[in-house]
Design a protein around this ligand. Structure first.
Ligand code: ZN
Length: 227
């Protein structure tokens, strides 16, 4: 199944969400020569753990995101520079996402899920599920030609799925997922124990998958699949 994907688009509210949710899968896909694009809505300039860090947070997180791109093999990261805790489902952001989907023409999209404590995550879910539908409609001609993305999956960050619908084996790339997380050193004081969490979750999902490690996803039925 994943062998058939050529272009993969991942939406993440903040620069480490795609590592936690899809990091092992991204590394596996880029190893296979696939094109993985990540859209980061907010660079995470408010996630400083000490006042001294505040002024240089944006620059630091940009550098960390750049390092993460290298580790996971992300072809391009598109940063929208929305404010942290202030990503809003407005017309401009919605249309930006339509434009991005039409530009990169993904075979599959990964994005956040609605059941999440973080307001930014919920907003990204809401915008992107709907943008996938609008990108396929024969409207907004100046935003590119319509593109139907056949599949969209939600990924897990902290709130976990009771009944995932897709499990991807990441046995060979868990080490890259962990290395990618280690590039986000500014976040270690904010997320204590995060490396252990990644390992534990990969094991739990691996148990379900019947492999050593895995990542779990939930398929969107916001628009019907076409066959
Ligand atoms: Zn986040």
């Amino acid at each position: 199944m994943i062998e058939n994907w050529q272009r993969i688009l991942v939406f993440s509210a903040h620069p480490d969400d795609e590592i936690l949710g899809v990091g092992g899968t991204i590394a596996r896909l880029s190893n296979l020569g696939k094109e993985v694009y990540v859209v980061t809505f907010a660079i995470g300039e408010t996630s400083y753990s000490s006042i001294e860090m505040k002024g240089r947070m944006r620059e630091l997180r940009l550098r960390e995101a750049e390092e993460c791109n290298k580790v996971l093999g992300i072809k391009e990261r598109i940063i929208l520079y929305k404010p942290n805790q202030g990503i809003t489902n407005d017309r401009e952001t919605y249309q930006e996402c339509v434009k991005i989907i039409r530009k990169y023409k993904p075979d599959v999209i990964f994005t956040h899920y609605k059941e999440d404590k973080h307001r930014d995550h919920r907003t990204v879910w809401e915008i992107t599920d709907e943008a996938r539908w609008k990108a396929a409609e024969n409207v907004l001609a100046d935003f590119g030609t319509p593109w139907y993305t056949p599949e969209l999956y939600y990924y897990e960050v902290i709130e976990l799925f009771t009944h995932p619908s897709l499990l991807i084996d990441i046995t060979d790339t868990l080490d890259k997922k962990i290395s990618a997380m280690k590039t986000q050193s500014s976040q270690f004081p904010v997320l204590p124990g995060i490396i252990e969490y990644i390992e534990a979750l990969a094991k739990i999902r691996g148990y379900l998958r019947g492999t050593k490690y895995a990542e779990a996803f939930l398929g969107s039925d916001f628009i019907p699949r076409l066959a």
